[in-house]
Write a protein that binds this ligand. Structure first.
Ligand SMILES: Nc1ncnc2c1ncn2[C@@H]1O[C@H](COP(=O)(O)OP(=O)(O)OP(=O)(O)O)[C@@H](O)[C@H]1O
Ligand SMILES: [Mg+2]
Length: 471
């Protein structure tokens, strides 16, 4: 990410210049300032990150940080300090500093910290961009997503939605089959009529026929009144056969006849009723297999599967996850009366890595749950459901996640061994290491427990254990 603008604020001209040279060698543009006030007074183009000295005359690091965060909360600030005490660093982190460097620091430490800060900055920018996308896409057919897989599917659907062709929608549970069926209806010539759905899986086999075709009074025990079936209600509109694989064989036979002849009779009646309806069907089963096993009529299968489309599972279109997350955040914000604005980049990374066996419905529930248990304005890692965090803790995922923000580092939780046996204060890094080691010892190496003790999310704890080589 070369050519990005960085600010360096330090009253020591030698160090200021050194940092400038090191960063310019990496291809960054650098502007330097001798203290916080000069920096704020001469602020022009927004930088992508700021290196800020802690002790400076006129306006010191802490006060400058406060002012920067008020106006530009998204710009990551790295504190540069020669002060070794935990308090100062903790204070700065609490005010929203992204990282800190203790003087004298290694060149590589400086470069890595800047690179990570820039990564964080660009992710925050991406989240903002996605929020705008959600706004822009709202009011469309309600099917959100910017993945190639979804675009291919929607292009295919677009070709058929205005025809009369029956469409069979295939896909795992929670992938959006019903949503797609409704969208097809809305964009079809049948949209003026009703969208009538019948969930074959939710109706006992013995009642399916009458539910679909209706019945005449007295047609069977319990038929105290005549009843209009769903098929009749869908006249001029769309009939959506949800979980069509669960339709009982009798009803299948009668429905096939309707598709061939376009008329039917209510149960217990001989009067022919003619209707015009578009038929859409959906299933998460392998319907062809059901045909092979004799559970589904082959001739009916070919009738309803004139145009089969498969919605890919969410794990095969992970690019859609951020957009969907922002959408659900907006969707439930008012319901819960909690003004959530965003999802922390690291949390978003966890959400993107999870395989989502329950697809979009599960994602929706996860966001809803996180919004209930956490406080606005940002959904952070600890508020995510356990199974998502557990999944992310596989070593492979943890490594990817560790690329992200170290914001969650909470040095104030360090309690033991802040000094050596001679009473001398230990370097900050050592205090942190001692704290982690102590928690691990106390919990006999149980990472989830140790993380809980320190009030850190598991993934942060795991990452820190790796960093200090304690695992
Ligand atoms: N692309 C999408 N954009 C926005 N919301 C979506 C999208 N896909 C699904 N959803 C939402 O996810 C939830 C589940 O979708 P839906 O009920 O259509 O799935 P389904 O495939 O019919 O599931 P099942 O097989 O369990 O019946 C709904 O709240 C739906 O609005
Ligand atoms: Mg459904």
């Amino acid at each position: 990410m070369a050519n990005e603008l960085l600010y360096v604020v330090d009253d020591d001209p030698g160090l200021r210049e050194l940092i400038q040279v090191l960063l310019e060698e990496q291809g960054y543009r650098v502007l330097t300032f001798e203290n916080g006030k000069v920096c704020l007074d001469h602020w022009e183009e927004d930088p992508s990150a700021i290196l800020l000295d802690m002790v400076m005359p006129v306006l010191d690091g802490k006060e400058t940080l406060k002012k920067i965060k008020e106006i530009h909360p998204d710009i990551p600030v790295i504190m540069v300090t020669s002060v070794q005490d935990v308090e100062t660093v903790v204070g700065a982190m609490k005010l929203g500093a992204y990282d800190y460097l203790t003087k004298p620091f290694e060149e590589t430490r400086l470069i890595t910290s800047v690179e990570k800060a820039l990564q964080q900055h660009s992710l925050t920018g991406r989240v903002k961009h996605l929020e705008r996308e959600v706004k822009r896409l709202k009011g469309g057919n309600g099917i959100l997503g910017n993945s190639k897989a979804l675009k291919v599917l929607l292009d295919k659907v677009h070709k058929v939605e205005s025809s009369k062709a029956n469409v069979l929608i295939l896909g795992e549970s929670g992938t959006g089959k019903e949503l797609l069926a409704r969208a097809i209806h809305e964009n079809s010539t049948y949209s003026k009529g009703a969208f009538v759905d019948i969930n074959c899986g939710a109706i006992p086999e013995t009642l399916q026929e009458s539910e679909l075709f209706g019945h005449k009074k007295g047609a069977f025990t319990g038929a105290v009144d005549s009843k209009v079936g769903k098929l009749e209600l869908a006249d001029g509109g769309t009939l959506f056969l949800d979980e069509v694989g669960e339709m009982d064989l009798n009803t299948q036979t009668k429905f096939l006849r309707f598709l061939q002849e376009r008329y039917f009779e209510r149960v217990g009646d001989h009067q022919k009723i003619k209707i015009d309806t578009r038929v859409l069907a959906a299933t998460n089963r392998d319907l062809k297999k059901e045909v092979e096993q004799g559970n589904f009529r082959e001739d009916l299968y070919y009738r309803i599967a004139v145009f089969p489309v498969t919605i890919p599972p969410l794990r095969e279109r992970k690019e859609d996850i951020p957009l969907l997350c922002m959408h659900f955040l907006k969707k439930y914000k008012d319901d819960l009366n909690k003004d959530f604005q965003s999802i922390a980049p690291e949390a978003l990374r966890h959400l993107t890595q999870y395989p989502w066996p329950g697809n979009i419905r599960q994602l929706e529930n996860a966001i809803y749950q996180a919004m209930i248990i956490s406080e606005p304005p940002v959904i952070d890692v600890p508020s995510l459901p356990e199974d998502i965090l557990d999944q992310a803790e596989s070593p492979q995922n943890a490594e990817a996640i560790s690329q992200f923000s170290e914001k969650e580092l909470k040095p104030e939780q360090a309690t033991p061994s802040t000094s050596n046996p001679d009473g001398e204060i230990l370097p900050y890094e050592e205090v942190i290491k001692n704290t982690l080691a102590n928690a691990l010892e106390k919990t006999h190496g149980n990472i989830p427990k140790a993380a809980k003790e320190l009030q850190l999310s598991r993934s942060t704890f795991y990452r820190m254990v790796k960093k200090y080589d304690l695992g």
